[in-house]
Design a protein around this ligand. Structure first.
Ligand SMILES: [Zn+2]
Length: 278
């Protein structure tokens, strides 16, 4: 537990967990240790490093192993990379999932907004990874953008076989949100909330997410919250800004920030099976 000092102007004496940080991204190569230290100073006590490709999933595991108890990893192939999901890739993913530091299957799902991979390839890679989740019982770290109907259909085919699931970086509609909550899935909220151009609708929607279904994430280095003041001179997001996201989220939910943060942390530890931080 942190308390505010002159050196770290943290106003929230609570522990935060970033469930989605792409810390293997090369934009962190020159100062990764400093990024982790700034996160700690902002009250971020644990982070789940997103593995989203064949190349980066093993790196996410390596990073988690280098920071036991603090960093954890997911292993998966993002829909953008779906064409790389060969039989060999499937075995690589299964090997990664044998490690206890890999706490979730994903990032996987469907993205019809960018369509960087053909849709049939996306659905196939998604199904292969759901198969791994079904076999291992691990939680799912899911991505869905502009593909809600197909996404729900693919998930439905695995009904009754999957463990817990989080739809990360939720940016969708009210109907989509309630579809997820009806299925008992969790929802991850990022700094998209702070985007007055495209995240305004989330300000009202986040009130409807039960505390035991709500988790928080930066999706760093993407999605730098637009309401961070003073605006950084760069566009790179990093986990320390989770403290800002939870403040905005708490305000929208009409809650004390300490309550929102403590609930999200408890929900996250239960979801991924994380230990209490030392
Ligand atoms: Zn995503």
């Amino acid at each position: 537990m942190l308390s505010p000092t002159a050196n770290h102007p943290m106003r929230i004496p609570v522990q935060l967990i970033d469930i989605g940080a792409n810390l293997t991204h090369d934009s962190f190569d020159h100062d990764r240790d400093a990024v982790l230290q700034r996160a700690r100073d902002a009250g971020v006590v644990q982070m789940v490093v997103t593995g989203a490709s064949r190349e980066h999933s093993p790196q996410a595991l390596a990073l988690a192993r280098a920071h036991p108890g603090e960093l954890f990893a997911t292993a998966g192939v993002h829909p953008h990379h779906a064409t790389e999901y060969t039989a060999e890739c499937d075995s690589e993913m299964r090997e990664l999932h044998a490690h206890p530091e890999v706490v979730a299957v994903g990032e996987c799902g469907l993205d019809y907004f960018r369509d960087f991979s053909p849709r049939p390839a996306q659905r196939k890679a998604f199904e292969r990874q759901l198969e791994i989740a079904a076999e291992t019982g691990k939680p799912l770290f899911l991505h869905q953008r502009d593909a809600h109907v197909d996404f729900m259909a693919v998930m439905k085919a695995f009904d009754g076989r999957l463990g817990p699931a989080v739809v990360h970086c939720f940016t969708g509609t009210r109907a989509e949100l309630f579809d997820y909550l009806d299925r008992d899935w969790h929802v991850g909220i990022t700094g998209w909330l702070c985007d007055e151009r495209r995240g305004q609708h989330l300000r009202e929607l986040v009130k409807h997410i039960p505390a035991d279904r709500l988790m928080i994430e930066t999706d760093a280095p993407y999605l730098l919250p637009r309401t961070v003041k003073p605006a950084p001179s760069h566009r790179r997001n990093e986990p320390m800004y989770l403290a800002h996201i939870v403040e905005e989220l708490a305000r929208d939910r009409g809650e004390d920030v300490a309550v929102t943060a403590a609930n999200a942390t408890a929900t996250t530890r239960a979801f991924f099976g994380l230990p209490a931080s030392s």
